[in-house]
Each structure stands twice: as structure tokens, then as C-alpha cells.
Design a protein. Structure first.
Ligand code: C2E
Ligand code: MG
Ligand code: MG
Ligand code: MG
Length: 281
């Protein structure tokens, strides 16, 4: 029997949708197992003071190492975690793990190792979990002051449900943590709204930073974000700095902090601590 062209298309579409659903389900199952088998780890990337090169903070970034040693990027599993709700336990695990590492570094340093720790918070986690007590408990568990923790949120997390989010951010800030807006410039922040939120730091998205020297528009956007941040009394961190040139230009433009391969890629905890000793002593 010959199928019409249209029926064929519809069937092909259904097959693809089914394949996607199967792949998603396989990924979800594997991710659940990974959490139980402790195959998730955190790597740490330094945030540097652009004027001095000293490390002021580390950002904790999740990594998934599968049984066969393959490393899966958070870009590939965070979205599955969000769709399945697994982001709530993963998010709690990340806060706890990052603070545990920071407390270990303090112990090694025989006092405060003098850096902050930044943890990414998914918009879904912000909606579904009641984070303030989670943060508070993790700080207490590891004997850390709230000021040591930075929480990174994206614009999309904050745009939906502004009233609830403003209240949530205030409750999070009451723990002593500071709030950074991640990937700034890629979302649709309404500036009046931005001003009403208790945000301490704007992180300039790497799409404007990495090859900014070759693109006047990008330099103009970076300038505009820096001036906005200054007006709103916020600090700035440029993401994705891959060269000395870019780092120096950003410093000259008035950007305070930076992060990127030019300084260091994300590293396992031990290597990150060694880097801290080398850079800051
Ligand atoms: P992000 O928070 O914007 O993190 C920065 C990303 O840029 C990281 O990718 C980092 O490895 C990468 N990066 C750093 N420096 C450079 C550079 O110089 N050049 C380039 N091209 N890239 C650079 P990664 O680790 O793959 O993480 C991707 C995203 O996944 C993160 O973006 C964050 O949104 C999310 N993510 C990672 N860990 C977690 C987590 O524990 N929880 C949640 N909710 N999200 C996470
Ligand atoms: Mg981040
Ligand atoms: Mg970012
Ligand atoms: Mg980014």
C-alpha cells in the first residue's frame, strides 16, 4: 500500500517525537542513577579581580562522569533535570557540595581562605524549592557565614512572577548570601524591574565578551552594561575571557571582575585550591 506524502510526513514526525521521548526517558533514568551512584561532581572556576589578578571567588559547575568515563556537560543534563524535577535534589546537592569544599579550603588555610563561592540556581529550583531555609541549613552545616556564598540566577528565573521572586530574593539575601544575575544581556530584563530586585552583581554574558575585540557592537554593549551596573550600584563580572587583550580592555572599561579560560578553566577541587594558593599568596 502506498501512503500519501502527508501521512508519511506525519508518521515520520511521530517517530521523531517518540525517539525524543525515549532519549529523554533514558537520560532521566541515567541521571537518577548518576545521583545515587555519586557520579556528579563539582568543578570550580576562579573569578579574578581584573586589576590585580587575584582570585576573589570560585564558581561551582556541575559535571557528570558516566560509568564509561564520559563527561557530560551541564548544558546537556541541566535541562533534563529541570524537565523532570531532578533539579531540586541536584540543586540542593550543589549548594551543599560547594559549601563543603569551601569549608575544607578554610580548614586547609587554617582560617578563612578569603574567597567566596558561587552556586548556580535554576529557575525551576527557585520556583519549586523553598530555598532560603535550604541555604541557611547548608551554611550552618558547614560553619560558614552567609557572606561567603553567591547565588547565580538567570534573567528568565526572575522575569516570571516578579512579586514572588522579589520576596524570594530578599529572603535569600537575609541569609547573608549575595545575588548575581547570570548571563546578563541575553534575556529580556526590564530595567525598572531590575532596579527593584536586590541584585548585587551583573555577570556579562560571554557572547559579548569572548571575541569583543573584533566587534565594535559587542564593545558598545559591554560599555552599556558596565554603565548600567555602575548606575544601579552593582558589581560586574565578565564571563568567557579567553585572552589577555580582552581582560585588559575590560579592566580599562571599568569592569571589576572576570572569569574565563584566560585565567583558568573549571578545575577539580584540589587543583582549584592549589591555584588559589599560587595566585593569592
Ligand atoms: P554559567 O553559569 O553561565 O557558567 C559558565 C559556563 O561558561 C561554564 O560552562 C564554564 O565552563 C564556561 N566557561 C567559562 N569560561 C569560559 C571561557 O573562557 N570560554 C568559554 N567558551 N566558556 C567558558 P559549563 O560548566 O558547561 O556550564 C554551563 C551552564 O550550565 C552554566 O552556565 C550554568 O547555567 C549551568 N550549570 C552548571 N552547573 C550547574 C549547577 O550546579 N546548577 C545549575 N542549576 N546549573 C548549572
Ligand atoms: Mg553561572
Ligand atoms: Mg553565566
Ligand atoms: Mg553564560
Amino acid at each position: 500500500v502506498r501512503k500519501s506524502k502527508e501521512t508519511g510526513k506525519a508518521e515520520a514526525y511521530e517517530t521523531r517525537a517518540l525517539d525524543r521521548a525515549r532519549a529523554q526517558f533514558a537520560m532521566e533514568t541515567a541521571l537518577r542513577r548518576a545521583i545515587d551512584a555519586e557520579q556528579l561532581t563539582l568543578h570550580y572556576q576562579p573569578v579574578c579581580d581584573l586589576a590585580t589578578g587575584k582570585i576573589v571567588a570560585f564558581e561551582a559547575l556541575a559535571r557528570w562522569t558516566t560509568e564509561d568515563g564520559k563527561i557530560i556537560s551541564p548544558a546537556d543534563f541541566i535541562s533534563v533535570a529541570e524537565e523532570t524535577g531532578l533539579i531540586v535534589p541536584i540543586g540542593r546537592w550543589a549548594i551543599d557540595g560547594a559549601l563543603r569544599t569551601l569549608a575544607e579550603w578554610d580548614a586547609l588555610a587554617g582560617g578563612s581562605c578569603d574567597v567566596q563561592m558561587a552556586v548556580n540556581i535554576s529557575p525551576i529550583q527557585l520556583q519549586r524549592d523553598h530555598l532560603p531555609p535550604v541555604v541557611e541549613a547548608a551554611l550552618a552545616r558547614h560553619g560558614l557565614a552567609g557572606g561567603r556564598l553567591k547565588l547565580e540566577l538567570t534573567e528568565s528565573a526572575l522575569i516570571a512572577d516578579p512579586d514572588r521572586n522579589a520576596a524570594m530574593l530578599r529572603a535569600l539575601k537575609d541569609t547573608g548570601a549575595s545575588i548575581a544575575m547570570d548571563d546578563f544581556g541575553t534575556g529580556y530584563s526590564n530595567l525598572a524591574y531590575l532596579q527593584r530586585l536586590p541584585i548585587d552583581i551583573l555577570k556579562i554574558d560571554r557572547s559579548f565578551v569572548t571575541d569583543m575585540m573584533a566587534d565594535r557592537d559587542k564593545i558598545a554593549i559591554v560599555r552599556a552594561i558596565l554603565s548600567l551596573a555602575a548606575t544601579l550600584n552593582m558589581d560586574t563580572i565578565a564571563e568567557g575571557i579567553e585572552s589577555r587583550d580582552v581582560s585588559q580592555t575590560l579592566a580599562a572599561l571599568g569592569c571589576t571582575f572576570g572569569q574565563g579560560y584566560a585565567f583558568s578553566p573549571p578545575l577539580p577541587a584540589d587543583d582549584a585550591y592549589q591555584l588559589l594558593l599560587r595566585c593569592n599568596s
